[in-house]
Write a protein that binds this ligand. Sequence first.
Ligand code: NAD
Length: 443
Amino acid sequence: MKVTVFGIGYVGLVQAAVLAEVGHDVMCIDVDETKVENLKKGVIPIYEPGLTPLVMKNYEEGRLQFSTDAQAGVSHGVIQFIAVGTPPDEDGSADLKYVTAVARTIAQHMTAHKVVLDKSTVPVGTAEKVRDAMQAVLNERGVEYPFDVVSNPEFLKEGAAVADCMRPERIVIGTDNDEVVNILRELYEPFNRNHDRMILMDIRSAELTKYAANCMLATKISFMNEIANLAEQLGADIEKVRQGIGSDSRIGYHFIYPGCGYGGSCFPKDVQALIRTSEQIGYTPRLLQAVETVNNEQKKKLPTFVVRHFGEDLKGKTFAVWGLSFKPNTDDMREASSRVLLETLWSKGAKVQAFDPEAMDEAQRIYGHRDDLSLMGTKEAALHNADALIICTEWQNFRAPDFDLLKNTLKHPVIFDGRNLYDPERLNKRGFVYYAIGRGESI
Ligand code: NAD
C-alpha cells in the first residue's frame, strides 16, 4: 500500500521504516530540510537499536523515501499518518499546532479520498479538531473530497522502538467508519498474523487510551518512588520490598523500579496534558497531580544526596556522571533527570565530567556552550580527578564496573546511584560510601 508519514521523529521514522520493511511504499515528509537531506545520505537523526540498517536497506531498495515536498506526500498515499510532536504549551496542555498544520496541509493538496491516521499523542477531541481544520480548508478551496480521521495512538518504547513496531502488543484503532477498518486491516496485516492485535473502539476512547497507558506507567514509577522514600526513612530496603510485592501476580515485576524520576518526551508531558484536560472539564485529577509532584521531587533526590554528603557549596568539586539519556538504549535527553542533576550541581559551583554511551551529541547540543561540563570519551575517563561518581541512567555497561579502578581513581570513594545498580553491602565492604534510592541511610 502507498503510505505517507508526516513527521520523521522517533515515532514517524520507526513506523515508516517498519511499514517499508514489510513491503509498503512509504514516503516520509518533514519540514526539517537538514533532517531530510541527512536521511538521504544515510545519516539517521536518532539512536534506536536496529533502526539504521532498517532505514538504509528500505531506502536503498526504494520502499522508503524522504522529502520536504508536502504536496508530493499528500498525493502519494491514501493513508496519511500524522506523527509530529505535541509538546506541552505554556500551561502544560498538548500544543496541537503541528498536528493541525499537517491536517491543513493534507486538505490543501488532496484531490482524492484520504485516511488520516493520527499517531501523535493528542487530547480527547483532537480528531474532531483535525476534521474541522481539514473541512475548513476544503471549503476555502471550494472543493469536496471525502476523508476519514482515525485515532491510531503509538505505544512504542524508545530504546526498543523497532521491535515494538515489528511486533506490537496492540494496535488501537479509533474510528466511526467500518470501511476504514478494512483498509487498516490490510495495512497492519503483516503485523497481525500471530493473533489479532487490533483493538477497535470509538475515536475518543482511542485518544484517551494512550494517555491512560502513559499515566498508569508514570503512576507505577511515582508509587514506587514514594514507597522508596518511606523505606529510606524507615530503614527498609526498597529492593527487597520491590521483590516482595512483584511476586504477587496481580502486581508483577514489570515497571516497578524505584529511581531518580521518570523523564523522556512522553510521561512528563502526557501526565501534565491529562491533568490540564481534567481541569478543563472541571475535574480535579488528584492522583495524577500527585504522580507529577512525586516525580518532580524525585528528580531532586541525587542533588540532595550530594549536598548531604559534600555540603551546599560545591565550588571546587568535580563530579563524574554516568548516564545522561532519560533511559538506556536511547540518545533522548528530553526531561531527563540528569538535566536536573547537572543544572543543580552547576548552580552550586560544581563541575561535571559526563559520559553516556549514546547521548553525547545530544548533550553537546544542549550544554556544549558550558565550560563547567566536560564530555568524556569513556566511563573510566569521566572518573579522573572527580570527587565522586553519580549514576543517572541504568545502561547495561554500568552494571559491573571495575570497583578497584573506581576506588583508586575517584578522590573520594563515594557513589550516588539513582538507579540502584549495586549491592550496598558489597560496596560497603569495599570501602565505598554508597547512596542509593530507598535503601536506608548512606553506609
Ligand atoms: P519528534 O519531535 O521526535 O519528531 C517530530 C517530527 O515532526 C520532527 O522531525 C519535526 O520536524 C516534524 N514536523 C513538525 N511539524 C511538521 C509538519 N508540519 N510537517 C512535517 N513534519 C513536521 O517527536 P516524536 O518523539 O516522534 O513524537 C511524535 C508524537 O508521537 C508525539 O505526539 C508523541 O507524544 C508521540 N509518541 C512519542 C513516543 C516516543 O517514544 N517518542 C511514543 C509514542 C507516542
